[in-house]
Design a binder for this molecule. Structure first.
Ligand code: SF4
Length: 588
């Protein structure tokens, strides 16, 4: 296999197909899909045991979308195909390059997809990228011409003879779709949904277990797509104009770490009167390096942050009162998603209750729990490899190494598959003590609105006021429904009642009238959803096909007689899988 940088002889005339791996995803099968690892970020690892209260939504393969947006060659992208749909695509058009992106658990699917490309497009170059590229010996497991590690934009630009140093074009795309909660479909309209923004990839902190940091060089390394606050401001303005959204989910592992860029962005937002909301990943230590005025001024309204535990070896939180800071953020309306790891080196069956209680006691709006997992490519994986503590693949199916089931190594203190039970305990205790994440999120949003809706700065006021209408109606109704449903629970009943009263107090008498009316409908949907889930209902993202302008132009230029007949293979969706309405708009 050639590891040097190849150059395609057709340059930007090469026809490119990019694909994510195929589904269905939320089931156990021999291809490596797992029921525990559905294509739903929140339901997969955040609200996993919250049943009908779980927040459900799908996220696109943003890496592939970035590649497509930066390609001058005709490029077709298929996201979440079925194997039949992928095969149909290969049969229907000629491709010169086929790129497949996957995570480490998907070797079997990638192997099968590569074989299909060889069969139906024997002249095509096969390129594989994403986290799977870090898996040892991947070159021997799959029939690919190139395995790409790290920055794929640059790699493809070289391949196609484009200018490597050209500014990175950012696609305008909403962060999630097919959203539903409490059995109710939430609108995917861009005005109410955050757009995705990827300013950088990698993280210089280089925690030894972190695969995203390792993917782009590890400690001290990262790649900036946008170096300055000015560049970022321009990109965000463009996305705002295109999608009519004012919220951005910033997919950057530690966005606020680049202080100059963030503060320049704030300066420009103030100058131009932009009131944007941003959702960020950030360590608490970095958050604390900003004043609350700066965070609010930047529109930080959602924070995803690690809470690795008091005694962990990770220094990010040493000396930080995480409880106090989480409460402070929430009192300013900033929703907090805490992330805790189960199975750190010092965790044992004897102290795991304490570990879980510590995490749960933060009462974050959401809480992610993941198993401490050495992912290929990380320093932690190398350490286990050197120590001989990784489980051989004959004893452990790598499709199960998704962090929600089993360790892929011998843990010093936790044995015999106990980790799965500990993980479930963590999710359950978080729900038992803190209640549905949606209720927590609504409570925090209410606090922000109560505090800032009359703020003297119009920019900030507007940001919080946007939430006003939904708080007084839908959110209040949802809290009413959750309270009704859980009112007999000795812990959650009083908690939800107090929250409902708080809504009534802050929002006033119209909400007292509206909440029960809306709440009755939501409760009906919630109970219906509970029955569906009990009957085994699952959700799958629908297949999506997108062509860039060059591919669309090519399609129109091709004389009908030269077009190959497109087989009428339908996108196959498993039974009991509703297709989110919004997805239809995206199909071409
Ligand atoms: S701080 Fe977070 S993103 Fe950065 S390396 Fe550590 S775990 Fe990864």
């Amino acid at each position: 296999m050639d590891q040097s940088y190849p150059v395609h002889p057709l340059g930007t005339s090469a026809r490119v197909l990019l694909s994510s791996v195929y589904g269905p995803f939320a089931r156990d099968d021999e291809d490596g899909s797992r029921a525990l690892n559905p294509m739903e970020l929140y339901h997969n690892q955040v609200t996993r045991t919250q049943g009908a209260y779980s927040l459900r939504m799908f996220h696109r393969s943003f890496g592939l979308m970035l590649l497509q947006a930066n390609m001058d060659a005709p490029c077709t992208l298929i996201d979440f195909p079925t194997i039949e749909g992928f095969t149909a695509q290969l049969k229907s058009e000629r491709y010169d390059v086929v790129g497949i992106s996957a995570i480490v658990v998907n070797v079997e699917k990638v192997r099968r997809m590569c074989a299909l490309v060889r069969k139906h497009q024997p002249g095509a170059m096969v390129v594989v990228g994403g986290h799977i590229a870090n898996r040892d010996g991947i070159e021997e497991m799959i029939d690919a011409d190139h395995v790409v590690r790290g920055d794929g934009i640059r790699w493809f630009r070289r391949l196609l003879g484009q200018d490597e140093a050209a500014p990175v074009k950012h696609p305008a795309v909403i962060s999630g779709f097919g959203s539903r909660a409490l059995g109710v479909k939430l609108g995917d309209g861009s005005s109410g949904t955050a757009a995705i923004l990827i300013p950088s990839v990698g993280c210089p902190m280089g925690c030894n277990f972190c695969s995203t940091s390792a993917m782009f060089g590890g400690r001290g390394k990262f790649i900036n797509f946008y170096e300055t606050g000015d560049e970022l401001f321009n990109v965000m303005s463009g996305i705002e104009a295109e999608l009519k959204t004012r919220s951005f989910f910033i997919l950057d592992e530690n966005f606020l770490l680049q202080r100059n860029r963030a503060l320049r962005l704030l300066e420009l937002m103030e100058q131009e009167g932009r009131s944007w909301s941003i959702y960020v990943f950030s360590s608490i230590r970095v958050l604390k390096s900003y004043t609350m005025e700066q965070l609010i001024g930047l529109g930080v309204s959602w924070v995803w942050t690690g809470l690795e535990g008091e005694d962990s070896q990770y220094g990010k939180l040493k000396g930080v009162d995480t409880h106090e800071y989480v409460r402070t953020l929430q009192s300013h309306g900033i929703r907090v998603l805490g992330s805790s790891i189960i199975g750190l080196e010092n965790h044992t069956p004897e102290n795991i209750d304490e570990v879980i209680d510590h995490a749960v006691s933060h009462a974050t709006d959401f809480h992610q729990f993941m198993l401490y997992t050495p992912v290929p490519g990380t320093p932690l994986h190398r350490e286990h490899q050197d120590n001989g503590t990784l489980l051989p693949e004959s004893d452990f199916d790598m499709a199960d190494a998704h962090g929600q089931f089993r360790f892929n190594y011998r843990h010093p203190g936790i044995r015999d598959g106990q980790e799965e039970q500990f993980l479930v305990q963590a999710f359950q205790r978080d729900f038992e003590v803190n209640g549905p994440s949606l209720a927590r999120l609504m409570g925090t949003t209410l606090e922000g609105w109560a505090r800032y809706r009359k703020h003297p700065d119009r920019r900030i006021r507007r940001n919080y006021r946007r939430a006003g209408m939904v708080l007084r109606t839908g959110y209040a109704g949802a809290v009413w429904a959750m309270h009704r449903q859980l009112r007999n629970d000795p812990k959650l009943g009083p908690k939800l009642q107090a929250l409902l009263r708080r809504f009534y107090r802050v929002c006033g008498w119209p909400t007292r009238v509206i909440a029960p009316a809306i709440g009755r409908y939501i409760r009906f949907m919630l109970r219906r959803e509970e029955k569906r889930l009990a009957a085994g209902w699952t959700y799958e993202p629908p297949p999506i096909i997108e062509k860039n302008d060059a591919a669309l132009a090519l399609e129109q230029d091709t004389p009908a007689t030269e077009r190959r007949v497109k087989p009428r293979v339908p996108w196959v969706l498993p039974e009991l899988v509703p297709v989110p309405v919004a997805s239809r708009k995206r199909r071409r």
